[in-house]
Design a protein around this ligand. Structure first.
Ligand SMILES: [Zn+2]
Length: 114
């Protein structure tokens, strides 16, 4: 039985403003999406590790990296979304929060009951 390891979750996609697909050249159909790996113990996420961000064309379903874009506007928009919109989900820290609550409980409760 595996009690610890890594897993990943998809971070919500968002539509990029402007630009065209590097493959099918369809205008204004590019989306940004990412996933983040996290370490878990007994399937409870403890802390996040690396993230991967990429772009999808909703017309041809192609998946592209930032370096494949030709339009500077699209690269700028991708970088903005990568830094401001693709956030780590809060539940990736669930294990740490449970651990902190236990530590605080063990440290504080004996003083409250006296
Ligand atoms: Zn396309």
């Amino acid at each position: 039985m595996i009690i610890f390891g890594t897993s990943s979750s998809i971070i919500h996609p968002a539509k990029l403003d402007g630009g065209c697909c590097p493959f099918c050249k369809t205008e204004n159909q590019m989306w940004i999406q990412g996933y983040r790996k996290y370490f878990h113990i007994f399937w409870i996420p403890f802390f996040p590790s690396w993230k991967k961000v990429y772009s999808i064309c909703s017309h041809c379903k192609g998946v592209f990296e930032k370096y494949e874009f030709e339009s500077k506007e699209l690269i700028k928009c991708f970088e903005y979304f990568e830094n401001h919109k693709i956030k780590t989900p809060w539940y990736h820290f669930t294990g740490i929060l449970i651990l902190l609550a236990l530590i605080i409980g063990i440290a504080v409760v004996p003083f409250l009951t006296k």
